[in-house]
Design a protein around this ligand. Structure first.
Ligand code: GTP
Ligand code: MG
Length: 290
């Protein structure tokens, strides 16, 4: 490794549910992005910053690539385009068990993009060696790809190799962010995301994709943070589902969210949640602003 300091931006792209957010968390070493077993979890471009001895790598997690069916998804696609435009390196993330021709066509779009493309084959803890070799063999024909790196975000296999590999392609430069900063997302936004994560992980099907969380109060009081959050849902029956029988589910969501918020903030948290219905908010521009 050369002694020249490197600094640059790496966009993590891929299909919904490919494992991009889990990967950024594993690379940065702490949770900057929420993760869930359903597609469409990430809605914004989220930066995670890693400082090594010889570099500062600014990873940008993006929403999964999909055809937009509403204004929210159009905004998500704009997030992807924005991240790609400013990237020094593109990291295309593939789930080793879900590689389709459609996905590979999306990868092929970056052939003449003008920045180095690295393919990360993730979730290798969840496959056989034979399957991984077969996948790597299948990928060989994409010769514009600079490197293929197998990883497991869960087991942190291959993550150091990936970091070293990315450093080769980053431009020389001084760090942009302070060394102790691991993300530029505000704690208020991270709190909203933590609550949304608790909702997604308790509810599957279509309910979570229509949920938005808005922090309406965030007050620091010595060792306690008082947080009020509105949980906006898309349909009246979704509100009923989120609240659950006699409020069982919203209580459970609140408990899980509070525990994770306390971990995130390192403080005692008092959390109040309110569930509201705003039908069709995903197609109303005023609801799509941060
Ligand atoms: N076994 C295994 N599962 C993983 C790994 N990385 C992610 N997953 C799982 O894959 C699912 C999707 O992970 P995410 O990191 O949320 O995927 P994403 O690409 O950010 O998804 P979107 O934000 O919806 O585009 C979750 O259930 C994760 O727990 C891994 O290394 N191994
Ligand atoms: Mg994600």
């Amino acid at each position: 490794m050369s002694s020249i300091h490197k600094c640059g931006t790496v966009a993590l792209l891929g299909e919904p549910n490919a494992g991009k957010s889990s990967l950024i968390n594993a690379l940065v070493g702490c949770q900057v992005a929420i993760t869930a077993p359903v597609a469409g979890t990430t809605r914004d471009a989220i930066r995670g910053i890693l400082n090594t001895k010889q570099s500062q790598i600014i990873f940008v997690d993006t929403p999964g690539m999909q055809r937009a069916t509403n204004l929210l998804e159009q905004k998500m696609n704009r997030m992807i385009s924005g991240a790609v435009k400013t990237a020094d390196v593109i990291c295309f993330v593939l789930d080793v068990n879900h590689i389709t021709q459609k996905t590979l066509n999306k990868l092929a779009n970056y052939e003449d993009f003008g920045v180095p493309v690295i393919v990360v084959v993730t979730k290798i803890d969840n496959t056989t060696q034979a399957k991984l070799f077969q996948v790597l063999d299948q990928l060989k024909k994409y010769s514009f790809v600079k490197e293929f790196v197998p990883v497991s975000a869960y087991k942190k296999i291959g993550t150091n190799t990936l970091i070293e590999c990315l450093e080769k392609y980053l431009p020389a430069g001084e760090s942009i962010y302070e060394e102790d900063l691991y993300t530029d997302t505000s704690t208020r936004t991270m709190a909203a995301e933590t609550i949304r994560e608790a909702i997604i992980n308790q509810l599957h099907d279509e309910v979570p994709t229509g949920v938005k969380v808005v922090i309406t109060k965030y007050e620091n009081e010595q060792r306690t943070v008082n947080i009020d959050a509105d949980i906006i849902c898309d349909k009246p029956n979704h509100k009923k589902i989120i609240i659950g029988n006699r409020g069982n589910l919203i209580r459970l969501i609140g408990m899980k969210a509070r525990k994770n918020l306390e971990k995130l903030l390192g403080q005692h948290v008092v959390l109040h949640t309110y569930v509201l219905v705003r039908e069709g908010w995903r197609n109303q521009s005023e609801w799509l602003q941060n």
